[in-house]
Design a protein around this ligand. Sequence first.
Ligand code: 5GP
Length: 218
Amino acid sequence: MTQRAVPVVLVATSGTGKTTLAHRLVDGPGHYVFSISATTRPPRPREQDGIDYHFLSQQAFEDRVAHGSFAEWASVHDRMYGTPRSELDAAAERGDHVVLDIDIQGARQIREAVPDATLIFVLPPSVDIMMARLTGRGTEKRENIARRLESALDELQAVPEFDYVVVNDDLEECLSDIRGIVERGEAPAPPEQDAEGMRRVIVELLEGEYSADLQDSE
Ligand code: 5GP
């Protein structure tokens, strides 16, 4: 059965390749559009205003919060991020699946505001691979990596709140799983990966290799 177009919320730990997945969904077949969030963080190299994010000053962001312009907003790693209502409204009018690449706090707000939204958690294949992607970016300081690992603990704990769990091991397979969910309501095979097991590995990293970095960031 073809599913009615509803917002598709993708949440993952950093280093899972979620942003690549979101962009590939939009570039591929089917009616997918990317919800362009607003943020107060500065653009990274190669990011473009109005394409990757709407980059706003703190004041401009706060004005929009006061006007109720966001469907959800949250502070992530000390920066503000929000989903403009206009992104959801425009997609709904066109009958497009709007893909939200947002954090766990935002996902919970969307769950409240748009009860029929589809919430999908994207797991990395393993903590090792997640760490390789995180450190391989080369743009993150050790204390930022430690902070992202701390966030990952909370995110992985929230996995049971999600409608579906997919694993981004093979990108094409993961895309196909997400399309199956969104377009046909097909649940993918339950993952072999275990979020609780991943949390234990991350706790070990935070208590061992990254313990000094975590103290630096506090
Ligand atoms: P980054 O700065 O690496 O692009 O994103 C940091 C985190 O903020 C990611 O988990 C991303 O999904 C999340 N994020 C991006 N846009 C939004 C948004 O509009 N709302 C919320 N709540 N989180 C967002």
